[in-house]
Design a protein around this ligand. Structure first.
Ligand code: HEC
Length: 71
């Protein structure tokens, strides 16, 4: 994979599809809910009925260490 492709992936995941905004833990006591230090892509954020979801879901870990075994 080229450096250009890696940059393109970062752009898509962090700024277009916002995958990492959900797949990281957020501090909603602060304005705009910044990502908590050390949780980038690590999942664990809760999505529950209080947000309108039909159950309780936790975003999974999307970091390479969690995904390396997948095709
Ligand atoms: C609105 C929040 C949100 C966004 C944005 C989001 N996800 Fe998720 N994602 C979740 C949640 C919550 C789950 C867990 C769903 C469940 O438990 O059924 C999940 C599950 C997953 C899974 C596991 C699927 C499985 O079958 O186990 C992967 C992989 C994933 N997301 C990748 C991504 C990628 C890549 C993007 C960006 C293109 C993305 N997600 C964007 C919230 C989000």
């Amino acid at each position: 994979m080229s450096a250009d492709q890696i940059e393109r992936g970062k752009y898509l995941a962090n700024h277009v599809a916002l995958c990492v905004d959900c797949h990281s833990q957020r501090d909603f006591t602060q304005f705009a809910g910044p990502i908590k230090a050390g949780t980038f892509g690590g999942g664990g954020e809760k999505f529950g009925p209080e947000m309108g979801f039909p159950g309780t879901f936790y975003s999974p870990n999307l970091t390479p260490s969690a995904l390396k075994g997948l095709d």
